[in-house]
Design a binder for this molecule. Structure first.
Ligand code: ADP
Ligand code: ADP
Length: 225
């Protein structure tokens, strides 16, 4: 049983079709990376899984539920964006807990989950800082923390490292890999960076012009002509 399943998913903007009926099954705990040139439909596909874009045709399932008509917050997934979207006036601790507070979780539950996320991401020393007092990599970790505290079924990443310098990118790749191993979760990750795809993916999905061109392990995709 696939954790995330796309069946004949189509996306049109007006008359222009940008995703042409793709099929993809993603297994529980699998790390899947969508790669391909700019404009091939990676981000649109991810956003349709997240519910941030309506699908024009076909079907998206998460768990065993068809989610076509569910809003993002009801899909039990967390999206991590490249622009960190942290609340500037809140501390790291408040940033981590805010979503749970809105969802009316108890104080005890919020504290427990926030501390757990801080522990996983090594944020303990930074909890009282505001985003302005953090480095780029630290902000990205807080953004991941905000996703972790929700205990989602799956994490969706849209080019999360593209704003970081080369050294930090390598460091954050390691963090994300560690996160996947620690939290044991399903990940769908969009990037145009082949090295990122190689190092992170269990399975790579190569997109081209709104189609899935190839699916395979990093070895299969990058080592064969
Ligand atoms: P990628 O993530 O692979 O760079 P996208 O999924 O962002 O590609 O875009 C796929 C195609 O859809 C592109 O041709 C893009 O211009 C088009 N597109 C994306 N968003 C919109 C939109 N809101 N309205 C019209 N066209 C869009
Ligand atoms: P980046 O390379 O991502 O821009 P910075 O040069 O901004 O990182 O920060 C380097 C280090 O200094 C980081 O560990 C960060 O936590 C710390 N730092 C940056 N700004 C502040 C600040 N206003 N107060 C305390 N520490 C800071």
């Amino acid at each position: 049983m696939a954790e995330i399943s796309l069946q004949n998913v189509v996306k049109r903007y007006g008359k222009t079709e940008v995703v042409h009926g793709i099929n993809l099954d993603i297994a529980h705990n699998e790390f899947v990376v969508l790669v391909g040139p700019s404009g091939c439909g990676k981000s649109t596909t991810l956003r349709m899984i997240a519910g941030l874009e309506d699908i024009t045709d076909g079907s998206v399932s998460i768990g065993s539920e068809v989610v076509n008509d569910l809003p993002p917050r009801k899909r039990n997934i967390s999206m991590v964006f490249q622009n960190y979207a942290l609340y500037p006036h809140m501390s790291v601790r408040e940033n981590l807990g805010f979503g749970l507070k809105i969802a009316k979780q108890s104080e005890a539950e919020i504290t427990q989950r926030v501390n757990e996320a801080a522990d996983i991401l090594g944020l303990d020393e930074l909890m009282d800082r505001t985003p302005a007092e953090l480095s780029g990599g630290q902000r990205q970790r807080v953004a991941m923390g905000r996703a972790i505290v929700r205990h989602p079924e799956a994490f969706l990443f849209d080019e999360p490292l593209s704003n970081l310098d080369a050294k930090l990118r390598v460091q954050m790749r390691t963090e994300i890999k560690k996160l996947h191993q620690t939290v044991k979760t399903t990940v769908v990750y969009v990037t145009h960076d082949q090295v990122e795809a190689m190092t992170l993916a269990d399975r790579i999905v190569v997109m081209k012009d709104g189609y899935i061109e190839q699916v395979g392990t990093p070895m299969q995709v990058f080592n064969h002509p």
